[in-house]
Design a protein around this ligand. Structure first.
Ligand SMILES: Nc1ncnc2c1ncn2[C@@H]1O[C@H](COP(=O)(O)OP(=O)(O)OP(=O)(O)O)[C@@H](O)[C@H]1O
Ligand SMILES: C=C(C)CCOP(=O)(O)O
Length: 242
């Protein structure tokens, strides 16, 4: 059983205050993960680390930068958050290993992600838990653009033929007003309810997530912190997408 799990930046950081980890949530999430013995790849998003820097430098998934300072600023902020996540997982007893996308991935001129995954596969086979993160990556003819954790989740889920895909976010699922939509099979059915993010977010909030997850072979679940234990236990918390 291979699980790909995204820890949303909106869950593990305070997205309104630059570079602030929500330690109580992060520690709780890590303890929950530590209780499950399964092959798991963890991806985390930018939260108050990557998004503020990316916005300040005007970089997004499609608008690139050739400013080396901008690339370093975003990447280093994401590495700081990644270190916090890896250390918290390790303290909870999870054999977490950082994997930095800037060093391995790139986009073609058309914007397609090229992500080698043999190192992730090899780490998993030896019992490690690879921890990847949203980042900036080289983009042919465009300089460097933002890579979202959601894109990583989709690419890893496909490359590893993941059995379960989960996105732990700040919301209990994809919402239509106050209500959690139990399942989504067609983007157009729910497009009216999907928006961007309430916080500084250069990668598109919920609409981008739903669109990308619908393209996967495997169903994906969007849930909040309370849904993490049920998800890891094989349940169907929050919203099932696809
Ligand atoms: N229909 C919707 N249902 C739920 N959330 C929605 C909806 N439309 C817009 N959103 C926004 O999407 C946000 C979740 O996406 P966001 O990208 O901010 O989360 P994340 O992946 O957890 O964080 P990060 O991108 O930092 O990793 C919610 O907090 C909310 O502001
Ligand atoms: C802003 C950066 C660098 C990463 C964005 O990843 P996301 O929060 O998963 O969209």
């Amino acid at each position: 059983m291979t699980v790909v799990l995204k820890l949303g930046g909106s869950v593990i950081t305070d997205k309104d205050t630059p570079e602030t980890v929500d330690w109580s949530v992060l520690d709780a999430v890590c303890s929950t993960i530590a209780a499950y013995d399964t092959d798991i790849v963890i991806v985390h998003g930018g939260g108050s680390f990557g998004h503020h820097h990316a916005a300040a430098h005007g970089v997004s998934q499609t608008t690139g930068t050739r400013d080396d300072t901008a690339v370093r600023d975003v990447h280093r902020a994401m590495k700081r958050l990644n270190t916090a996540v890896v250390d918290a997982l390790s303290a909870a007893g999870v054999p977490a290993i950082p994997v930095h996308p800037l060093s391995i991935a790139h986009r073609s001129a058309e914007g397609e992600l090229r992500l080698p995954t043999e190192q992730v596969r090899t780490l998993l086979a030896d019992g490690f838990v690879p921890v990847l993160h949203g980042d900036v990556i080289a983009h042919e003819e465009t300089g460097a653009t933002v890579l979202s954790g959601d894109e990583l989740v989709c690419a890893l889920a496909e490359a590893l033929s993941a059995d379960r895909v989960g996105l732990c976010s700040a919301v209990p699922g994809v919402l239509d007003g106050e209500h959690v939509i139990p399942e989504i099979d067609d983007f157009e059915d729910v497009a009216h309810a999907l928006g961007g993010s309430d916080a500084t977010d250069v990668t598109g909030g919920m609409a981008g997530k739903v669109r990308a997850l619908l393209a996967l072979e495997t169903s994906a679940f969007v849930f909040d912190q309370n849904g993490l234990e049920p998800f890891l236990g094989g349940g169907q918390p929050g919203t099932r997408i696809g």
